[in-house]
Design a protein around this ligand. Sequence first.
Ligand code: ADP
Ligand code: MG
Length: 622
Amino acid sequence: MQIDNHVNNVLKQHFGFTSFKKGQQEIIDKILNRNDVLGIMPTGAGKSLCYQVPALVFEGTTIVISPLISLMKDQVDALAQVGARAAFINSSLSREELQSISLRARTGDYKLIYIAPERLELESFRVILETMETALVAVDEAHCISQWGHDFRPSYRKIAAMLAKLPERPPVAAFTATATPQVKNDIINMLNLREPHVLVTGFDRENLYYEVEKPEDKFDYLKNFLNRNSKSSGIIYCSTRKTVDTVSAKLKRIGYPCTSYHAGLSEKERQANQEAFIYDQSPIIVATVAFGMGIDKSNIRYVLHYNMPKTMENYYQEAGRAGRDGEAAQCILLYSPSDIITNKFLIEKGGFYARSDDYRKLQKMINYCHTSGCWRRYILNYFGETYIPEECGYCGNCLNTVNHTDITVEAQKILSCIKRTGERFGSGLVADVLRGAKTKRIKELGFDQLSTFGLLPGHSKSSINEIISHLAARDMIDIKGGQYPVLSLNQSACDWLKSGEKITIKKLIKKDPYIKMEKTEEKKAKSRQKADLELSEERQLLFEKLRLLRKEIAVEQNVPPFVVFSDATLRDICHKLPTSETALLNVSGIGKYKLERYGERFLAVLREHLQKNPGFYPVETE
Ligand code: ADP
Ligand code: MG
């Protein structure tokens, strides 16, 4: 009871929240009971809060081990904004800073100290640890301990030894978004967790909107997209440096403020461009995948892939950088068949041993682009999520669906033709046989004598290919074998052939993406049972004013704007239209400390806006 009160106080006073996100309360309760925990939660789930709240409740200091020095400053700045004493100790500090921080650390002046794992090996840090009262050790991005994870970091393996040396072993809380069993076991074993409470929340990111577009002209599509989203912050990923340079130059030429990032730029340029993006000076960044590690920017409203990535793993990680703050965000992939060629080239260039696996993964990525089913379902299915909805109802495919075309007969003929030609050929040849093309090769192979020859006379090659891709996306056909992929039938194709069931393809009519986003909001609101209304035009205007004020403050404070207030907080202000300090405290993300710092200035903008726009009422909540 008392603990609960204390926790709720910390949550509201410091962070400005009155409720927890999924899983947070459970984790925090366990930590406060001094249990070890392992939280496996997706990006944006709010993992930091799971250790920051206990850190503020506990006596003593919490050590946070985090892989990226570049993120520590933002995290410590964000904590300072909410009245929590925190520091980082890393190689970016001057000798004087290091000395003064070490001294304060030893006297228990900080509630949280962020370090990179390498620091544990330094004698100077061990001295600090011996004198300090360590309340909790939080291991962020804990998958770095595992070779199976994507960012293996050997120094993470020193953590257990450090824990053993502490005068009294504090509870350990580990967090990651990577959910494979191997990684999970590695974390538990190598950190030496004691009967940890393991919490796995769902993998789904419900605020993300998925879409694959196949535009004739990608740049044209991009231009139209940016026209609608010009003020929001977003990443445009390209597969090569050259494309990054071309796209960003073209965007600049037509007046879009954008910056760029790839390994060919100097360290200094990369640093400057990354900052321009994080600090909202440049809303758009055009980048290769070299960009993104260690980006905690929460207000990224879209991630647009200009090229298809090589695996679903890459895609989900990159697209997942959108919408960390839980507000609606778009993940759009621009696909063209030439992306397949680029990726195959990259695979061929890479090592020999991984190839068959690489091709298999690439094929799954291609299938994603071709599926006419629910994209969210495809993703969740791919990553082995246990609860999978039939249709999410708000990804591009779900929203675009208009009618169904029966392709049962075509599918039967295609499958049969693959079988008859011995499951040794690619889609081009299979399509030719079905269309009845008397090519030299077909005659040589004797396929013009097959019963499946010419069974689909009126069909174009590309329409047959489309059905083949669709059957592959349904896992009925396997497409394997590197540069010249070969089609074969899966068990599910044989089962289906016997079952007599129908197969339909959805005929898509593309709608205006804007309408789709609104519908997304509608569906989301329904699914969350809360009034998450689109901002009306006047409110959008207010939002812009608040955003400008946020940026002004961010410049004064030398912190990224999202550290001052998240997009979610600004939107909540637009909904609630608070006109007093008490009312401002009801806004999500505004606690005592931020109220004191910024309350007056935000109220001033609000009052002025309301005066100029009378007849403007707060949205009823609850
Ligand atoms: P993760 O590390 O899991 O990717 P973060 O800790 O960076 O996620 O948090 C993501 C976003 O969620 C942040 O903008 C944070 O302010 C917000 N957030 C965290 N907890 C809550 C909560 N209880 N209510 C509302 N927003 C929250
Ligand atoms: Mg995190």
